[in-house]
Design a protein around this ligand. Structure first.
Ligand code: 6PG
Length: 475
């Protein structure tokens, strides 16, 4: 029987322990909080052994040992590794299953490698329920060490609709944690799109709560089927104690723990256009400025939200716009994964990533199937929007998407995700952009040079002096 050590027995750790025990894994358990490991061990019966110290945890396992960490990212993860290190031997494996920053994972891999210990970074998605009944697991690190553990993690992972386990080695090094970070960036953007659709329906169109609930339920049964849409239906189905919809009592600020910001930072760092992934983070930041927004409303006033257009048409348009924008968001996320992979040489297969995102994880949706097919057919396709099947789906909602953005803008309703995703798509298929003017300005003030259509290499110009007194020659 496989034996694994689990360190960090919060909700995620404890649920993973139960999931593993259900699959016949024997667990050595450690948590720094008194009594936690004992209680879980008692729950797990002959599958669980409580250990009082990190040294005892290591000692309870047969060599080569496997220890799974589920501790908060950052300093607590470093502290956990350091508490184990003196007791580990060459060939042992330590897995970090937290939402770690991928560069920290690379650093920890190098540190553990000094002692011949394999450090693997697992992106685990699906929240507490997923941990208990089947998460999606994006594994990164040494192939041999991972191959040894694959049967256990394949068994505990979620299954995609076609029954395929949602566990895979997505690449070397820190690939697992990077892919999980981008997963969360996509999660932020998809959540933001649903929130914007809700906001337009509720506050611009004044659609009654029950109708929005039914609409979302219908969308969830159709092409927009996704776990996050299901969450939105549940959010609207939940009533407060007084019988009114709970959502009407929830303060309009969204918190964040940092993975969305890491995704946006990575997009900037690798020079990848991922505007909607970044906008979703900015949108949360804007939402958090609640007091300031109230002050601004009092002193600047709010845009009027008087809608006198065709409500039915806009509601129908929203459904199509949401599908198109969701695909554009996924295109941005996959472009970012490909760019980081090119830099680090992790060997990530986008088709594998899409396949394991079909089940268990927060961004699971029916869209991942055609994406997996697109990358299987053309593994090096530069952007998902170049896939004919996906593009047809985006293009089918083109007019409706514009209608949603135009209407929102005309009425002063902020739709940062819908509008940035549309600009992304439009920018991608504009042969000649505005950047000629940027290149000219850079050369004027900084002699940075520019490229010409008609001659290779870098060029500078002898720019005209400023003369505002007369019309330009020829005008
Ligand atoms: C998952 C989730 C999980 C967590 C988010 C929330 O895949 O299971 O993404 O990791 O719920 O990190 O992130 P924020 O608190 O930043 O919204």
């Amino acid at each position: 029987m496989t034996a694994i050590g689990l360190m960090g027995l919060g909700v995620m750790g404890a649920n993973l322990a139960r999931n593993m025990a259900d699959h016949g894994v024997r667990l050595a358990l450690y948590d720094p909080a008194a009594g936690v490991a004992d209680r879980l061990a008692a729950d797990l019966g002959d599958k669980g052994t409580a250990c009082a110290t990190p040294a005892a945890l290591v000692a309870a396992l047969p060599a080569p040992r496997t220890i799974f960490l589920l501790v908060p990212a950052g300093a607590p993860t470093d502290a956990a590794i350091e508490s184990l290190r003196p007791h580990l031997a060459a060939g042992d494996v330590v897995i970090d299953g937290g939402n770690a920053f991928y560069r920290d994972t690379a650093r920890r891999q190098a540190r553990c490698a000094e002692a011949g210990v394999h450090f693997l970074g697992f992106g685990v998605s699906g929240g507490a329920e997923g941990a208990r009944h089947g998460p999606a697991i994006m594994a990164g690190g040494d192939g041999d060490a991972l191959a040894r553990l694959a049967p256990v993690f394949t068994a505990i992972a979620a299954k995609a609709p076609d029954g395929t386990p949602c566990f895979a080695r997505v690449g070397n090094g820190a690939a697992g944690h990077f892919v999980k970070t981008v997963h969360n960036g996509i999660e932020y953007a998809h959540m933001q799109l649903i929130a914007e659709a809700w906001h337009l329906l509720r506050r611009l169109l004044d659609v009654p709560h029950e109708e929005i609930r039914d609409l979302f339920a219908r969308w969830t049964r159709g092409a927009l089927s996704s776990f996050l849409m299901e969450c939105a239906v549940r959010a609207l189905d939940t009533l407060d104690k007084d019988g009114t919809p709970l959502i009407e009592h929830i303060v309009d600020t969204a918190e964040q723990k940092g993975t969305g910001q890491w995704t946006a930072n990575a997009a900037l760092e690798y020079g990848v256009a991922a505007p909607t992934l970044a906008e979703a983070v900015h949108a949360r930041c804007l939402s958090a400025l609640r007091e300031m927004r109230q002050t601004a409303v009092a002193s600047l006033g709010s845009p009027t939200m008087d809608f006198s257009g065709d409500r039915r048409a806009l509601i129908a348009a929203l459904e199509r716009a949401l599908l198109s924008a969701n695909i554009a968001v996924l295109a941005q996320g996959f472009a970012l994964i490909r760019a980081a992979d090119a830099e680090h040489g992790w060997g990530v297969s986008p088709a594998t990533v899409a396949r394991i995102w079909r089940g268990g994880c927060i961004i699971r949706s029916t869209l991942l199937e055609p994406i997996a097919e697109a990358y299987t057919a053309t593994p090096d396709i530069e952007n998902l929007l170049l896939d004919r099947t996906l593009w047809r789906r985006v293009a089918a909602g083109d007019a409706e998407w514009r209608q949603v953005v135009v209407t929102a803008v005309a009425h002063g309703v902020p739709v940062p995700a819908f509008s940035s995703a549309l600009s992304y798509v439009d920018g991608l298929r504009t042969g000649r952009l505005w950047a000629d003017m940027i290149a000219a300005q850079r050369d004027i003030f900084g002699q940075h040079g520019f490229a010409r259509f008609d001659a290779p290499g870098r060029h500078h110009a002898d720019w005209a002096p400023l003369d505002l007194s007369s019309p330009a020659a020829g005008s």
